[in-house]
Design a protein around this ligand. Structure first.
Ligand code: SF4
Length: 149
């Protein structure tokens, strides 16, 4: 069976901005029996853990890849370059392992699929993909929001 690329925080790695993870019985069941590649694009892009929360401003991950939107921390620091670098490293890891499928963490500015936080840092979300999701989709990898979250 083909390997799948999974958000590392869903596998119990404490790599979220707040130093925590998001593993749950549901996320474990979702990948049960699969060969899993755990990956955190934000850490791979050079960001520390913990780190300031960041959101997509001016568009979604596709717009970031096209250069018309940015990823900004709540302090105002621009971390677009780190997010894009992490997305490319995620794509390289997926290709290396032969992954064609990726269940990723919902609403994240990297890993969200179909819904992301709206850039207001208020917990509100809107339609769109995260930066890593956008890049993986552009290269034919089937990204889905991991269930149970
Ligand atoms: Fe989890 Fe993805 Fe955020 Fe890393 S970038 S903490 S894997 S949601």
């Amino acid at each position: 069976m083909e390997a799948i690329l999974v958000s590392a925080c869903l596998r119990g790695v404490p790599c979220r901005f707040d130093g925590r993870h998001k593993a749950s019985p549901e996320s474990a069941r979702a990948v049960d029996g699969r060969d899993v590649v755990s990956f955190c694009p934000e850490v791979a892009g050079g960001l520390t853990t913990p780190r300031r929360p960041a959101e997509l401003v001016g568009g979604d991950g596709h717009d970031v890849l096209d250069g018309t939107a940015r990823v900004i921390e709540d302090t105002g620091r621009d971390v677009t370059a780190e997010f894009v670098a992490g997305a490319h490293r995620a794509l390289a890891a997926a290709r290396h392992a032969g992954c064609t499928e990726a269940p990723l963490m919902p609403r994240s500015p990297s890993c969200g699929r179909g819904e992301v936080y709206d850039g207001s840092f208020t917990g509100e979300s809107r339609t769109g993909d995260g930066v890593t999701t956008a890049l993986l989709k552009r290269h034919g990898i089937a990204v889905r929001a991991a269930p149970g979250l």
